[in-house]
Design a protein around this ligand. Sequence first.
Ligand SMILES: Nc1nc2c(ncn2[C@@H]2O[C@H](COP(=O)(O)OP(=O)(O)OP(=O)(O)O)[C@@H](O)[C@H]2O)c(=O)[nH]1
Ligand SMILES: [Mg+2]
Length: 321
Amino acid sequence: MGNDIEEPLKNEEEFADFHAGFVALIGQPNVGKSTLMNRILGVDLAITTAKPQTTRNRILGVRTFPEKGQICFVDTPGIHKAKKRLNRAMVSTALDAMDEVDLICHVIDAAEYVDNFDRYDEVPSTEAFILDKLSEVNQPVFLLLNKVDLVKKKDLLLPVIADLSERYEFAEVVPVSAAKGDNIRRLVEVLIEHLPEGPPIFPEDMLTDQAERFIAAEFIREQILEQTHEEVPYSVAVEIERFVENAEKNMLEISAIIHVERDSQKGIVIGKGGSRLKSIGRESRARMQSFFHRKVFLETFVRVESEWSEDPNALQRFGYE
Ligand SMILES: Nc1nc2c(ncn2[C@@H]2O[C@H](COP(=O)(O)OP(=O)(O)OP(=O)(O)O)[C@@H](O)[C@H]2O)c(=O)[nH]1
Ligand SMILES: [Mg+2]
């Protein structure tokens, strides 16, 4: 009987002063939300590219700091003026994530914002839209000024912070560089400080709840974003048709369909004599092997699915709605 009483007590003691909770990363596209999450996780989980609208889903990334806390990041698509149904779904995903977290990090591209600050007559419209949405939430909101390594007009950094702080009562303002790692340790400390006290939410060694087939599809999409231009990256969805563990060969066997919206895009993705598709396959396979710690056999097919980005059934099938 004594044990029954002691167990929970021991547990409580073990996690005294431990903080755990969910943190949403929101902001405009391309500001470095996914890079920041990966930096703190220490793993390249979410795909990141130099093109806006890279992330299309809510992506959970968990990092446990022994005896200190567990941060459960919710990375989200960039908030932008959405026209297509796909884009509207992405923006909804980002806004919905704000409801389910303990803390919100509003990430801005400091290089972009600070260096243009003296040209702004008012807050740029998408940023104003985000600030407006934030006025409806009750959780603490951090303002993260990312890409400080790129800021040229350093003397404008403080005026920008003062201006934005006047428009919104941020719980903390933290300048960081996700790419270089500047000030990340400090950010982690204040994040943990602001999370509720309590035991870990997920097992301490857990990284994500994202399915392996989702991650495999994302690695392929990452290469398409890297290797194609103009409208092609935005017209591509990757569907994993087959994901099989071949225990005998200690290998993953993956078949993926790359959906595009037009014949011309199919030609671009395949490339001359299949060279582009080969390169997309080679690079994403390498990324899969290092992430899954297994050999990967990958086959890819390109298929035209006209206007899929406006089609509710297709969006659901690809996991965007
Ligand atoms: N120099 C510099 N580049 C950065 C920094 N953080 C991110 N980047 C770059 O900015 C680009 C966009 O980064 P992402 O992490 O994909 O941005 P995101 O906010 O997740 O973008 P979406 O998913 O499209 O909303 C990439 O090329 C990153 O390498 C930083 O602190 N400094
Ligand atoms: Mg992203």
